[in-house]
Design a protein around this ligand. Structure first.
Ligand SMILES: *[C@@H]1O[C@H](CO)[C@@H](O)[C@H](O)[C@H]1NC(C)=O
Length: 358
């Protein structure tokens, strides 16, 4: 028997390697406020069978939200997955900033009107929209399935494995879940609602149409297309850009409508008097603290690892940094062994680590 082509072998071996994603572990205690939607990170039990009712009870939800949760098997788990996803994405996007999205100080931040507050609201609603749409298409929810794209029956979609992510359902559910907007007299409530919507919109604009051919040996006699969400990392990146260009707003009373509106004052020198913020802009009301020192909003930057060329001067806020050398092990001289694994040697290398001084 001839050995399979080298390429196929390499693919096999890759599959056998442990995924790097599995190593991503964040030490959560389970008591953190993960999202602006009242603390969802409180449950560790897994949902099997009737356990989901109990799981809904354990989540810190409003009465109405609890009812919605109980009515939807699979939702409690989706809420937790979403909270986890938003945390990981926030920490990734802010890994090089003074505020690194640590859980310490989260509760304080959510009560203010900083740029960081805006990002938290947006990334949380985006994560929930995304996770729910995916849970629908993956068949993890009882009350929703595939996106109902025209010309493709749900049953066919399942059969062909081309189930579209159900963004329509997830968006509708989320606006219901978050409930009617809080008192419109409150500027912060308006801003929170606006930023929540920016998150949902960011997920929507990442929706793509993907197609697949069916038929004898890929003849493409039948082609089916379905809607697919882009990876959440892309949504996170888009929101981080929105954070960088967030718009400071104040309030203005709309006389005609008799209610308070968000108002972005014009830049100095501009002839216009100001505008309503665009629906894609993150909005904030207060300038952020420096996040250099421990405060009720963050643990400060002491002890943060930085890059000497790039980030140490800004991250350490002028306090300077310590240099340490450490040995790092890595895999080297890897060889493919017949059949089917990769054998590597362990090599050791010295590396300098810079950390911000206290
Ligand atoms: C954020 O920074 C603090 C120190 O300022 C550190 O203890 C924490 O581990 C960092 N979190 C992440 C997710 O990097």
């Amino acid at each position: 028997m001839r050995p399979p082509p080298a390429l196929a072998l390499a693919a096999l071996c890759l599959l056998a390697l442990p995924s790097a994603a599995a190593a991503a572990y964040f030490g959560l205690t389970g008591r953190e406020v993960l999202t602006p939607f009242p603390g969802l990170g409180t449950v560790t039990a897994s949902a099997h069978g009737g356990a989901h009712l109990k799981q809904c009870d354990l989540l810190k939800l409003s009465r109405r939200q609890k009812q919605l949760c109980r009515r939807e098997p699979g939702l409690a788990e989706t809420l937790q997955d979403a909270a986890h996803l938003s945390l990981l994405e926030c920490q990734f996007q802010f890994r090089l900033e003074r505020w690194n999205c640590s859980l310490e100080g989260r509760t304080g931040l959510l009560k203010r009107g900083f740029k960081e507050t805006a990002f938290l609201y947006a990334v949380s609603s985006a994560a929930l929209t995304h996770t729910l749409a995916r849970a629908c298409s993956a068949g993890r929810m009882e009350r929703c399935t595939c996106d109902d794209s025209p010309g493709l029956e749900s049953r066919q979609a399942w059969q062909w494995g081309v189930c579209g992510d159900n963004l329509k359902y997830s968006t509708k559910f989320l606006s219901n879940f978050l409930g009617p907007k809080r008192g419109s007299k409150d500027l912060r409530a308006r801003a929170d609602a606006h930023n929540t919507h920016v998150g949902i919109k960011a997920v929507k604009s990442g929706l793509r149409t993907t197609c697949k051919c069916h038929g004898v040996s890929g003849s493409c006699a039948v082609r089916t297309c379905w809607k697919q969400l882009s990876p959440f990392r892309e949504t996170g990146q888009a929101l981080k850009l929105r954070y960088d260009s967030a718009v400071k707003v104040s309030s203005a009373t709309n006389e005609a409508l008799g209610r308070l509106e968000l108002w972005a004052p014009a830049r100095p020198g501009s002839p216009s008097k100001g505008l309503a913020p665009r629906s894609g802009d993150l909005v904030y009301m207060e300038d952020s603290p420096s996040f250099c020192r421990p405060s009720k909003y963050s643990p400060g930057t002491a002890g943060r690892v930085c890059s000497r060329e790039a980030s140490c001067s800004s991250l350490c806020c002028g306090r300077g940094y310590d240099t340490q050398s450490r040995l790092v092990a890595f895999s080297c001289h890897c060889q493919v062994q017949w059949c089917c694994y990769v054998e590597c040697q362990q090599c050791v290398q010295e590396e300098l680590v810079y950390t911000c001084k206290h």
